[in-house]
Design a protein around this ligand. Structure first.
Ligand SMILES: *Cc1c(COP(=O)(O)O)cnc(C)c1O
Length: 396
């Protein structure tokens, strides 16, 4: 038997290695990877710059503790604050930990100010992680079942409803925590006007705007951070998935006035910001710039969208294209599990975002011919499923 805990309903597939946009199973079968480790493998598999950075750092030193100054961590903090316009970075090892740090710093900030504001407002259908605080922050009941008592101090409002948020903000509100583009919750975009309105609302009440860019950050939407599309700046920003290109690392960035509340002893992480993960993140950021990957994201995104729009016209199951950059969704009229299964049997790995939405998350350096191959496979699978009577090939 397999002694791994059964927290995942895994696909019957064992992946043993990867090369660029492809992964290989234990029988040597090749798959085009449009999952990228759930938006983690920013540069695909085995990118020489990342391999070199990790190998060299491993040979030099893996770990030394945050009791000492760590040059690679200082360099990464400078890089990320320069890119985001925030002032300081705290490093951890995952998205949930980054959001936990954000929630803690928001509460500490108001504690230090002598205010009793403590509540964090998030959106319904959001996903913020699996720690007790972050699953409570998450706007989906399914992740909470069986884990009570849950920590108090969280409230949920519908996304893109500024009125509902305005009504929810009161004298206890410390922060609003949002994904600029919900990934797990169904590929739902927070509208530009909404985000601008939220920024203004937070400023009027003196509360913090915290953006969870664990999935959208590091170039995924075609800008380094998704908030740039709206022309706003958060007070706190969280990053993780794509930051290390596959090496675990999370980060919580904050403006100086907020960061002041995380003084010595207030928070910590044994592994957070270790030389290995920081070297990986530096190589990822450097490669995004050197290979002009933000432009590639925009180009390949447009290429995918055109093909998906055609499928929406052609197949009755395919309903709507959503998302931004290389975080795209195709909403369908029925459960997409058979489509994922069909694609896998033809050598394409795809992901869901809720039961009826297909999610496309290729590496940021995906090439046009690889996009074309993926779209061809998907179209073939749609055609087979529609022909089998699950839908009818009608024009809408
Ligand atoms: C994946 C994800 C998280 C959780 O990250 P982990 O590294 O799994 O803890 C949090 N927020 C968002 C938006 C995510 O997509």
């Amino acid at each position: 038997m397999n002694n791994v805990m059964q927290t995942y309903a895994r696909f019957p597939l064992t992946i043993v290695n990867g090369e660029g946009a492809y992964v290989f199973d234990n029988d040597g079968n090749k798959y085009l990877d449009f999952v990228a480790g759930i938006a983690v493998n920013t540069l695909g598999h085995g990118h020489p710059a990342l391999v070199r950075a990790v190998s060299e750092q491993a040979a030099s030193m893996l770990h030394c503790s945050n009791l000492y100054h760590i040059p690679k961590q200082i360099e990464l903090a400078a890089k990320l604050t320069g890119l985001s316009g925030l002032d300081r970075a705290f490093f951890c090892n995952s998205g949930a930990e980054a959001n936990e740090a954000a929630i803690k710093i928001a509460r500490k900030y108001f504690h230090d100010a002598g205010s009793h504001r403590r509540t964090v407002i998030t959106a319904t259908h959001s996903f913020h992680g699996r720690l007790l605080t972050t699953l409570t922050a998450t706007g989906q009941d399914k992740v909470k079942i069986g884990f009570d008592p849950l920590p108090p101090g969280f409230q949920h409002v519908p996304l893109n409803d500024l009125g509902a948020l305005t009504d929810a903000v009161d004298e206890n509100t410390a922060a609003v925590l949002l994904e600029p583009l919900q990934g797990e919750g169904g590929v739902n975009i927070a509208d530009t006007e909404y985000l601008r309105g939220v920024r203004k609302l937070c400023d009027e009440h003196g509360i913090l705007l915290m953006l969870d860019e664990v999935q959208t950050g590091i170039g995924r939407t075609g800008k380094m951070f998704a908030f740039e599309h709206a022309g706003i700046k958060p007070d706190v920003l969280t990053l993780a998935k794509g930051l290390g290109g596959g090496v675990p690392i999370g980060a919580m960035l904050a403006s100086e006035k907020v960061a002041a509340s995380f003084g010595p002893g207030s928070h910590g992480s044994t592994f957070g910001g270790n030389p290995l993960s920081c070297a990986a993140a530096l190589a990822v950021l450097d490669t995004i710039e050197k290979e002009d990957l933000l432009n590639n994201v925009a180009e390949q995104s447009a290429r995918i969208k055109i093909r998906l729009e055609v499928m929406v016209e052609k197949f009755s199951i395919a309903k709507a294209v959503r998302g931004s950059g290389l975080l795209l969704g195709l909403a369908c009229s029925e459960a997409v599990a058979p489509i994922i299964e069909g694609c896998r049997s033809k050598g394409l790995l795809l992901l869901v975002a809720g039961p009826n939405v297909l999610r496309f998350l290729p590496a940021l350096n995906i090439q046009a011919d690889e996009v074309d191959q993926a779209m061809r496979i998907l179209e073939e699978v749609f055609a087979v499923i529609e022909a089998s009577g699950a839908g009818s090939e009608v024009t809408k």
